[in-house]
Design a protein around this ligand. Sequence first.
Ligand code: FAD
Length: 393
Amino acid sequence: MRVDPAEAREELAVAAATLERSLAGDDLPAFYAELRGTHLPFLAAGIESAADARELFRLCYEILHRFGGISPAVALALENHLYVSAALATLPLADDPPLDARRRALLAQMEAGRLLIANTNSRVHADKLATVGTRARREGDGYRIDGSATFLSLARESDLLLFVTRIEEEGPGIFITPLKGNPGLAIGDLLFPDAMRDSDTRQLTFHDLRLPAESLLVAGQDDRVAGLFTFQLIWHQALTAALFLGAAAGAIEEARRFLCAVRTKDDRPLSELDGMVAQVGRLAIRYRGACCVVRQAGEALSAVAAGGLDGPAVGDAFDLAAAAKYLGTQCAEEVVAEARRIVGARAMAGGSRLARLSQEVIFGPLAPEVGAFIERRYGKRALAAASFLDERW
Ligand SMILES: Cc1cc2nc3c(=O)[nH]c(=O)nc-3n(C[C@H](O)[C@H](O)[C@H](O)COP(=O)(O)OP(=O)(O)OC[C@H]3O[C@@H](n4cnc5c(N)ncnc54)[C@H](O)[C@@H]3O)c2cc1C
């Protein structure tokens, strides 16, 4: 990788301190301004070979885990930028030089201009699941897009937008367009005005957005589109787990500080009570186990980046990333709740880290894929096997 990982880690330590200060001062733009000046959001542009996917995953994991321990909402917003750019950078494209050149140009443009990218899958909440709220139709050499999308995180900080929509009579398409100041795009109110305010998740409306043909990244019912969707989701699920496990780590740290600082009425440190030692041990074991699954998903993802989208590695990475996100977000929710019970009422006092983690961690299991979907996919696979003992999990 072009960026020295040690330098990135130093930048991360400084950025984490800035995030704490910015949240305390209710000034997230200050955090983003400083972050844009670091390598952290633009590591994907520094990919030099497929083998760099592993290091990129590790660094993205560390960034999101660190920020997730401070604010899962902010980490979730940034995760959207990181997973999109990482997936674009590491998508195996040996047999597609034009798309390869386009993604390189885009990543270089983002790095040079310090640009952040948001994304929306154009889903809307309707009386049918998975309803897509936008439509594109061909108009001259370009496209015209209308409709609305329920979710757009990092909405007002992002410069670019990657969105998925349905192109009339053609199938799905993925477009990239400027977001800030675009007259064809209206960013709406906060979707989660209380708990997840700092993710800046908002509704997006497309008003006769006209785009030139070059705005279309890929389209149609072919393998390229399916491959990009799958590969993006692998990154998205694994990195979502990383950020919420950061919240779990933050909660264990709060419990540790409390137990080491406070004593019983007969003057024994709480950290020396056998019950407390065992309880913290149980939390640490669950946290560590979940982290291992996420790291393994990162290894599987790196194998796909190096080996291509055709082999059996893709299905394995996809399932593993889904399991990592399912277990990681569930583990984080449980660990934060138990840490809160250890610390007691002071955990929810104004300005406390555990209060913030408590209100934001519950969003982990809700996105990107819902648990109901992941469970059914695993259940069908397990039931379809001639013998579950033959599954090499
Ligand atoms: C904080 C946050 C930020 C987000 N930011 C973005 C963003 O920036 N860009 C973006 O594109 N998206 C974003 N999303 C949306 C995300 O990618 C998912 O689309 C969304 O979280 C799916 O949840 P839902 O409740 O809308 O799902 P729905 O599909 O509406 O499902 C609702 C419920 O229906 C049931 N259900 C669903 N499917 C099945 C099934 N197959 N079988 C049985 N039951 C089922 C489950 O009980 C499920 O909880 C965000 C979501 C959150 C929570």
